[in-house]
Design a protein around this ligand. Structure first.
Ligand code: NDP
Length: 419
């Protein structure tokens, strides 16, 4: 028996909610609340026909702590699943603390307004001290650690695929395969084709900010930052084939480096096609990726938000995307004094996902771990109060749930390494 409040009803939330409602013996009651209530109502109406879960809907502006507190106090959930945008992480965490309820999300905090002088002061200090310049970092949410501990509550951060499953793979490798891990390469390959020259597979604003930022990796106890897309490798992915991939900064590198200080190097690579990169560079060059408002015909507009309105809605890519994703981690390290390599990954088929939950594999590979993370909290498999990223927690029940609910792992003990 549980009562869960899901905030957001976009691409990822749609998958997570469908998966929760397919497991109605655990997710007995669920409220979908978002900025646009109509989207919640459409999904709820569809799911009520097949699921035993008791589904309600509500309108909420998750930028307003007061609105959130009112909603949480009236619904009284056991868990709040934040599947809105990273901009809302802190207000939702504040509301959860005030209402004494557990929290989880799929991406770490970043501010919507990167020109806010208060935020910028802290950001610029962090860039200098830490050596990476991404807009997002864990410090904002880690600052809640003591508050959640003292309240006896859990905040689970980043329960998607990457971050999320990739960190469970790290914990799994450490628990079952290695005495010490020396290097980790996280490889995120999307071999899907949606037929558009340019579209993003999840929220365009969040996606384009991430991809156009400088790349960075962790080496020998510090960050090394490089210009965006300046490190390129080729890799032959199982069931996808040969792809170009580029080194990016990614949030889980930060938490893995903190929680597994023995690891000498951590890198993250993502595949991109040439058409995507050409369009992105061009859009960046003309200022369309800017988050700074400009005046246009007497009205203030934010270029990247305007671009979002022009691009295909990621939710609409489902029926037209063919091919597979392959996401996982390659490790080098030692077991019983001997050198060892290990690769653990998942392959997911866009069309199979669409048949099951009416979504492409990017939302699927994020929404399923969100449901599995909630399952760990609701069934008490993960129950240590505090603010946690997934490599801190026992990977076994989570990976077992992923195997069972749609994202089975594949392992290799002789992988080709990335140079
Ligand atoms: P979408 O843009 O499709 O959906 C976002 C949802 O949040 C929409 O329903 C939107 O409402 C709602 N929302 C936005 N602002 C507010 C607000 N102020 N109050 C209430 N609701 C709001 O995003 P995605 O589903 O693609 O992504 C969801 C999250 O998943 C993001 O945080 C993203 O970074 C993360 N993600 C994580 C991945 C991982 O592997 N860990 C991979 C991919 C995504 P409306 O309909 O009105 O716009």
């Amino acid at each position: 028996m549980s009562r869960v409040l899901v905030i957001g009803c976009g691409g990822v939330a749609n998958v997570a909610i469908r998966k929760c409602c397919a497991l109605s013996e655990v997710f007995t009651e669920l409220m979908i609340a978002s900025r646009t209530k109509e989207k919640c109502d459409v999904l709820a109406e569809e799911l009520r026909k097949t699921s035993k879960t008791k589904i309600e809907t509500a309108k909420v502006d998750a930028d307003s702590k007061d609105e959130l507190v009112k909603l949480i106090n009236s619904y009284k959930p056991d868990l709040v699943m934040n599947i809105a945008l990273p901009y809302q992480d802190l207000t939702i965490m504040d509301a959860c603390l005030e209402c004494h309820v557990n929290y989880m999300d799929t991406a770490n905090y970043e501010p919507e307004d990167t020109d806010d002088p208060e935020w910028r002061k802290i950001y610029e200090k962090r860039c200098k001290e830490e050596g990476f310049s991404a807009y997002f970092d864990y410090s904002w949410q880690w600052a809640y650690k003591k508050k959640f501990e003292d309240a006896g509550l859990i905040a689970l951060l980043g329960s998607g695929f990457d971050p999320g499953v990739t960190q469970a793979y790290v914990a799994y490798a450490k628990k079952h395969e290695f005495d010490t891990i020396d290097t980790i390469d996280i490889l995120d390959c999307n071999g899907g084709d949606h037929g558009y020259k340019f579209a993003t597979n999840f929220n365009p604003e969040v996606n384009l900010r991430e991809v156009s930022a400088p790349g960075s990796y962790w080496e020998d106890g510090h960050w090394v930052e490089v210009p965006a897309m300046s490190i390129k490798r080729e890799y032959d992915f199982d069931q996808v084939g040969m792809k170009d991939m580029y080194l990016l900064h990614h949030e889980e590198i930060e938490s893995i480096a903190k929680n597994l200080p023995e690891v000498k190097r951590i890198r993250f690579f993502m595949t991109f096609g040439q058409s995507y990169l050409d369009h992105m560079r061009c859009l960046e060059d003309v200022g369309m990726l800017s988050t700074t408002p400009i005046m246009f015909e007497g009205k203030e507009i934010v270029p990247i938000k305007f671009l979002k309105a022009l691009l295909p809605d990621p939710a609409s890519l489902g029926p037209r995307t063919h091919g597979k994703t392959n996401i996982g981690c390659i490790f080098t390290g030692k077991k019983d004094g001997k050198d060892k390599t290990y690769y653990i990954y998942n392959v997911c088929d866009h069309q199979e996902c669409y048949k099951e939950v009416k979504s492409q594999a990017i939302s699927y590979t994020t929404g399923v771990p969100a449901m599995c993370g909630a399952l760990m909290l609701l069934t008490g498999k993960w129950n240590t109060p505090g603010v946690h990223t997934i490599e801190e927690l026992d990977p076994d029940p989570f990976i077992e749930a992923l195997d069972k609910y749609g994202l089975p792992k594949t392992e290799s003990h002789n992988p080709v390494l990335v140079k």
